[in-house]
Design a protein around this ligand. Structure first.
Ligand code: ADP
Ligand code: MG
Length: 254
């Protein structure tokens, strides 16, 4: 059975896509079968994996709105064990189109149910909002991984996110859990970074991963080459920390 994890935070720029792509590629590097699902119309996970938009025939929009079988939308990546369901700009329309559709919250869940036997992990890169796409991701997931950027307003907005989690638990998915909270873009040169780490650990306690992701320029360069950190620079600090995170995710599984 695949474990399905949504990477979510309605704030933009906190490291959701970086985490989805690099955690996924590290799990694949460690021998797990991984599927990435791009649920953001920006398609950053898609392009970050080296997939060119014109080469996409069917995307997650076609799966959610046109009920195309998800198997028809899966593309292999250049890394063994790692596949992706891409997103393109047409996904932006889904937020409104889903409003009037039957079973609008459970469309992704239904689509993914065909794939449980094919993967060890399915990681969903969520958009920076708490709309229908995120609700679909939460309804389909076993757990949510929340990246939190080490900055002054780190905890701001998280009560809204947790409220959405509770609503989905109540109405659509009672077994949904918080997988973990990941501190990202840590800068050891500032006191602020350390204060934020402490504050987030006080609030989320043992849910916070021991691994803290520092700012690392290799992590920000890799997507423009269409590569995950594993294939761009396996010796970088970024590759080291995302491998450490992958080990923690595997350990929590057991
Ligand atoms: P989100 O998906 O939450 O909007 P991204 O993962 O796209 O966030 O990250 C936002 C920007 O910050 C991107 O340009 C990304 O390359 C960069 N970034 C993310 N994590 C790191 C990091 N640890 N070190 C340096 N740059 C990072
Ligand atoms: Mg993103």
């Amino acid at each position: 059975m695949a474990r399905i994890i949504s990477v979510a935070n309605q704030k933009g720029g906190v490291g959701k896509t970086t985490t989805t792509v690099n955690l996924g590629s590290c799990l694949a590097y460690m021998g797990q079968k991984v599927l990435l699902v791009d649920m953001d119309a920006q398609g950053n996970a898609t392009s970050g994996m080296g997939i060119r938009k014109p080469d996409v025939e069917q995307d997650i929009y076609d799966v959610l709105v046109n009920e195309v079988p998800i198997a028809d939308a899966i593309l292999p990546s250049s890394r063994e064990n790692l596949d992706i369901v891409p997103a393109t700009l047409q996904l932006a329309g889904a937020e409104i189109e889903l409003t009037s559709m039957m079973a609008r919250e459970s469309r992704l869940k239904t689509a993914l149910s065909e794939l449980h036997a094919n993967y060890d992990f399915i990681l969903i890169d969520c958009p920076p909002s708490l709309g229908h796409l995120t609700i679909n991701a939460f309804t389909a997931s076993d757990a949510i991984l929340i990246p939190v950027q080490c900055e002054y307003y780190a905890l701001e907005g998280l009560s809204q996110l947790l409220n959405t989690v509770r609503l989905v638990q109540k109405h659509f998915n009672p077994s949904l859990e918080i997988e973990g909270v990941l501190l990202t873009m840590f800068d050891a040169r500032t006191n602020l970074g350390a204060e934020v780490v402490e504050e987030v650990r006080r609030y989320f306690q043992e849910k916070v991963y021991d691994t803290v992701i520092p700012r690392n320029v290799r992590l920000s360069e890799a997507p423009s080459h269409g590569l995950s950190i594993v294939d761009y620079d396996i010796r970088s600090k970024g590759a080291e920390v995302y491998q450490a995170l992958a080990k923690e995710v595997l350990a929590r599984e057991k």
